[in-house]
Ligand binder design. Structure first.
Ligand code: ADP
Length: 765
């Protein structure tokens, strides 16, 4: 759900809740007030009925009090106490009795509900003195023989206990005659005391009234559409139905007893219950207390009205209120909706514009002029987008440059995914392999290699993925590439691994090395040819020098023989020339020997042996001990010398030649030769050197001294020599895989520096 929808929903919900709360509150109060009103009405009705009932009790009380004051009561006392004759006027007891019966009868004619009126003597076990009954409308005096003793009746007991002039109302119960209760007649008895002139209690006056008839006449007069219950404190009740029907008295032990439980003994004045015929009803109660000394003795009147009817007014009001609430809900919700919509509209517009911008429909146009939060947001967003676009255009420029570089480079740039599927293929690769980019992308990289290499490539890729070890990554490998037309060509391939967004990508740079290979092959061929011609030359030199020796020696011999045999004929000059011929022959022979030695260096595949050069030098020193002493020359080994491998006699010849030259071409009184070793530096191998303090070699001759038979001096200057020594040295050093150079300044000495690297590992002879 969008923020906007939520906001609108929230505003509407608040409005609806407020309206509903208001409506609910209104509903509750209308209900409550109406119910209170209904209770008030019911309570008025109940009170009216109660007043009627009360007036019945008052009438009974008044009747009892008034009648018990009439003369016959005292007259009877006087006559009975005076042997049956009233001393005041001479009336007999019978006469007084008759007079009282007349009064009783008169009263009972006026009060049809009264069923019995009696005068009871307390002293004679509650004996009835006078009694008049109303039996179904027939009023008759009960003759003396039918009168009964009532001393055990509860109302008699209660009457005796009364205070003077007090009145007692009995409970309502069935009338009892000769000990037999009559279920059809429920009576209420009212009792007053009769006292003699001295104030002593003589008897009781009792009126029994038909309770049902009393209540019936009260209820009949009530004009009410509701149910009315008249309940005494024992739970007996009479009900008047809404239709006016009035029940007989129903006692708690009757089978049809149906008084709501809450009525009997209840002290609540209002409430509701479920009436069998009216449904849910509201009721109100009014009590009639008739006994001041026992307030709990009372008659209660309940009036119950259907609840719906009681609340009828309220429902009318509620209908209107509901309507109003509904209108309120609609108006507030509508208002809230409209306001919220209006307020959030700019937000929606901004979002739409951003979406349009994102899909590339329009350029970004946000309400940056606004002063509110949407304005703030728009400004922030716009500046963010601006800087992003700037960065993006820079990025695009860089990318374009990179692409141009990649495309224009002659090398083939190929990237693949982990499975070896081609992802990119630059122009260099297109020219090299003959596939267009669209043909190559998506294909396995194997199409660019010969089958054999493709298999190897797949294997090593699989191994790399499994173990993380690779013999191909980051190295320049020579492989056989395959063009689209199936032709194979050599390539140099460098593969590296790149991680892009968590994806492993392999990028390969392929270089077509066909030409280099061609040149390499040519070079090999040339060097082989060179080697062959060198060998041929050496062969020739060897054969020539070997074969030359014989004729030279023969010439020398013949010259000697010529001198010996024909010396005289030749004369001094001839002999000198012959000697010269012999010298030249000797020199030629030496040259030829040197040439032979030179051509032999490197022949015969000498076995490489481990050589300790210090020992070699010691051997040279002791062989030359006299020679060195004569010339005041010293030889010092100034550093440790490493062991080396090679041909011992040749290595010895290197050191010896250099040492002898250092002494020979030296005009110092004390000739000093230093031999040392310089440790390897970087790619440079370790180097030996032989350094002297002799005459030095001019710059222009420093290379030429290594040429065979090249001498810088004649024999007279520094002694004889053939000029081959340094050429032997260079050839031996080179045959042992090394190089020799000389550093020298005229008059300051020379330093011959040479490496024997190959010799130190495994000499190739
Ligand atoms: P040779 O000693 O028989 O002349 P080399 O080949 O040994 O032949 O030397 C060639 C020439 O190089 C020598 O004649 C000499 O002029 C020069 N030469 C060689 N060694 C030295 C040195 N240590 N100092 C100066 N000159 C030298």
């Amino acid at each position: 759900m969008s923020l906007r929808t939520r906001y609108i929903t929230f505003a509407c919900s608040i409005a609806v809740i407020a309206a509903l709360l208001l409506g609910g509150y209104n509903f509750y109060w209308v209900n409550r007030l109406t119910q209170e009103q209904a209770f008030d009405r019911l309570s008025d009705d109940a009170r009216a009925v109660a007043t009627q009932v009360e007036s019945r009790y008052n009438r009974l009380r008044n009747d009892a009090t008034a009648i018990s004051q009439t003369p016959p009561f005292l007259g009877m006392i006087r006559s009975m106490e005076n042997a049956g004759v009233d001393p005041l006027d001479g009336s007999t007891t019978a006469l007084w009795r008759e007079r009282l019966q007349t009064i009783f009868k008169a009263i009972m004619r006026r009060r049809p509900e009264y069923v019995q009126m009696r005068y009871i003597e307390v002293a004679d076990k509650g004996m009835e003195l006078v009694r008049v009954d109303n039996r179904d409308g027939v009023i008759l005096s009960i003759p003396g023989k039918d009168l009964q003793q009532k001393q055990n009746a509860p109302y008699v007991v209660s009457g005796i206990l009364l205070s003077p002039y007090g009145v007692h109302f009995s409970n309502i119960d069935q009338n009892v005659e000769h000990g037999v209760p009559d279920p059809n007649l429920y009576v209420l008895r009212v009792v007053t005391q009769v006292r003699d002139p001295q104030g002593a209690l003589f008897g009781l006056m009792v009126i029994s009234t038909d309770f049902e008839a009393e209540i019936d006449s009260v209820l009949r007069a009530v004009d009410s559409p509701y149910a009315i219950y008249v309940v005494d404190d024992s739970g007996n009740y009479i009900e008047r139905y809404p239709d006016g029907t009035i029940t007989r008295i129903v006692a708690p032990y009757d089978s049809e007893y149906a008084l709501p439980a809450r009525f009997s003994g209840s002290d609540t004045n209002t409430g509701e219950f479920n009436h069998p015929s009216l449904g849910q009803v509201l009721y109100s109660r009014a009590d009639v207390g008739f006994d001041v000394s026992s307030p709990h003795r009372r008659i209660s009147i309940f009036i119950a009205a259907p609840k719906a009817e009681g609340l009828a007014g309220a429902q009318e009001i509620q209908k209107v209120a509901l309507g109003l609430s509904l209108v309120l809900v609609l108006v507030t919700a509508g208002g809230a909706f409209a306001v919220a919509r209006r307020m959030t509209m700019p937000m929606k517009v901004a979002v739409e514009r951003i979406e349009d911008y994102a899909t590339g429909v329009t350029s970004l146009d946000l309400p940056t002029h606004r002063k509110d939060e949407i304005g703030d947001l728009s400004r922030a967003f716009t500046s963010l987008v601006d800087s992003l676009e700037e960065a993006r255009s820079e990025e695009r420029a860089i990318l374009a440059r990179l692409e141009a570089i990649a495309d224009n480079t002659v090398e083939g740039l190929i990237t693949t995914d982990e499975l070896g599927t081609i992802l990119s293929f630059n122009r260099g690769a297109e020219t090299m392999f003959g596939y267009t980019q669209s043909e190559a992308v998506g294909k396995p990289v194997d199409i660019l290699m010969s089958t054999e290499y493709a298999e190897r490539h797949d294997e090593s890729l699989a191994r790399y993925k499994l173990t993380g070890e690779s013999e191909v990554l980051g190295k320049a490998l020579e492989r056989e590439g395959m063009r689209k037309d199936g032709t194979e060509f050599p390539i140099e391939l460098t593969i590296s691994e790149v991680r892009v967004n968590g994806m492993r990508i392999f990028s390969g740079i392929a270089r077509d090395i066909s030409e280099r290979k061609l040149v390499e092959q040519q070079l090999i061929a040339t060097s082989e040819a060179l080697q062959k011609s060198n060998n041929d030359l050496e062969e020739f030199a060897y054969i020539a020098s070997h074969d030359l020796k014989e004729p030279i020696r023969a010439i020398s011999n013949h010259a000697q023989f010529l001198g010996e045999d024909h010396g005289d004929a030749l004369g001094d000059d001839g002999m000198k020339r012959l000697d010269r011929i012999r010298d030249l022959c000797a020199k030629s022979e030496r040259l030829v020997s040197d040439l032979l030695y030179f051509s032999r260096i490197g022949r015969g595949d000498d076995d490489a042996q481990s050589i300790d050069p210090s020992k070699t030098i010691d051997a040279i020193k002791s062989a030359l001990v006299d020679y060195l002493a004569e010339r005041k020359a010293t030889i010092d080994v100034v550093t440790d010398l490493p062991l080396l491998a090679g041909d011992p006699s040749r290595i010895k010849s290197v050191f010896q030649n250099l040492i002898v030259n250092g002494v020979k071409y030296n005009d110092r009184d004390e000739k000093r030769i230093e031999i040392g070793y310089e440790e390897p530096v970087g790619d440079e191998p370790g180097k030996f050197y032989v350094k002297d303090n002799g005459i030095g070699i001019p710059d222009e001759f420093q290379e030429r001294v290594f040429t065979i038979f090249k001498r810088l001096h004649n024999d007279r200057a520094y002694g004889p020599g053939s000029g081959a020594g340094l050429s032997f040295v260079r050839k031996i050093v080179e045959r042992h895989g090394g190089k020799i150079t000389v550093e020298s300044r005229e008059g300051e000495g020379s330093k011959f520096i040479f490496s024997l690297t190959e010799a130190m590992r495994s000499p190739e002879s």
